[in-house]
Design a protein around this ligand. Structure first.
Ligand SMILES: *[C@@H]1O[C@H](CO)[C@@H](O)[C@H](O)[C@H]1NC(C)=O
Ligand SMILES: *[C@@H]1O[C@H](CO)[C@@H](O)[C@H](O)[C@H]1NC(C)=O
Length: 305
């Protein structure tokens, strides 16, 4: 009797331990728990493609307000592109009410500051060690609040991310909260009233990781001129910010291309590291140009590396 009970106890312990441990299921969205320090309790969902390559790249795909990992998995092209190019997708999920990201607190706006940005980077570290991922090919992309977070990640962890694309966001350090509230809404930034020079925006970025002197990610910025959620002034401010960081003259772009990447869009090249892509007719319901992302990240097309 005693033996049986002990056996049952051990069996139960074994079953619950193995159900908690992460087991890879390629070709499906899966939650990962216990990936390391997660100060703000963000959800971590991963897509490992069936066509996983060795030493894979990682794309972090960050959802919009009211979104979720599942919604962004369903409504963005990255799982399909992951099968095509063999990279892993990380879909973080906001823990905050309204499912916006914290891009307003001092913690998230600081390298290793213990906020959302820190937790997302810990998901990257877990994935790098679990899958021997290529640390020279870690990318981030996001839409709306996810684009704001993409800018924050690029500013706080320039040592982790090599390139970024952002769809309808605001500059890093624009959605600040005076009262250090997490995931606060900032109306003056949203409505395009926060205007700085490229030099001031660049200092805002550099102050998020004091002492860092290495390169910053290559940044591609999409925005629509009819956006009434995050006003189009945020497009110009974000272009200024990264032109300032890269040392480009914002007032003298290197080139512009009309109808690129699609009819109605104009691409402005500030330098090899910064491009803005703008369409005056588009509102906050902006399309994701997945194939363009793949070019920007160096998976396809003319290699920019
Ligand atoms: C919004 O952000 C700006 C900085 O971009 C800051 O000056 C302002 O105080 C913030 N507003 C609130 C209500 O926190
Ligand atoms: C945004 O633009 C799309 C496409 O033109 C349109 O269908 C939609 O109604 C617009 N949304 C708003 C809030 O104006």
């Amino acid at each position: 009797m005693m033996f049986i009970n002990l056996f049952l106890l051990l069996w139960t312990a074994f079953v619950s331990a193995s159900s908690l441990a992460y087991q890879q299921t390629p070709g499906a969205l899966q939650q990962v728990t216990d990936f390391g320090y997660n100060p703000t309790n963000i959800g971590f969902y991963i897509y490992v493609p069936n066509a996983l390559v060795s030493n894979p790249a990682i794309v972090v795909a960050v959802h919009y307000c009211t979104g979720s990992a599942q919604a962004y998995y369903d409504n963005s092209p990255y799982k399909t592109l992951a099968e095509q190019y063999g990279f892993i997708v990380i879909y973080p999920e906001s823990p905050w009410s309204g499912a916006c990201w914290d891009v307003s607190s001092k913690a998230t706006l600081t390298h290793n500051g213990g906020g959302d940005s820190n937790a997302i980077v810990n998901m990257v570290s877990w994935t790098v060690s679990k899958y021997r991922a290529d640390t020279s090919r870690v990318f981030v992309t996001g839409l709306s609040s996810g684009a704001m977070m993409t800018n924050v990640l690029s500013a706080t962890y320039p040592d982790v991310f090599k390139a970024a694309t952002l769809y309808a966001g605001v500059p890093a350090g624009c959605f600040v909260s005076d009262t250090n509230q997490q995931a606060a809404w900032n109306t003056s930034c949203a409505e395009g009233q926060v205007v700085h020079t490229p030099a001031v925006w660049a200092d805002i970025v550099r102050d998020m990781y004091p002492g860092y002197s290495g390169p910053y990610p290559r940044i591609q910025i999409y925005h629509g001129g009819a956006d009434t959620g995050l006003y189009p002034q945020n497009y110009y401010e974000t272009c200024k910010q990264w032109s300032g960081v890269w040392g480009y003259d914002y007032s003298k772009p290197q080139s512009t291309q009309v109808d690129s990447p699609a009819s109605g869009w104009t691409r402005t090249v500030f330098g090899p590291g910064v491009q803005g892509i703008f369409n005056p007719e588009v509102n906050h319901s902006i399309s994701i140009f997945g194939d363009e992302d793949m070019k920007w990240f160096g998976f396809t097309g003319v290699s920019l590396w």
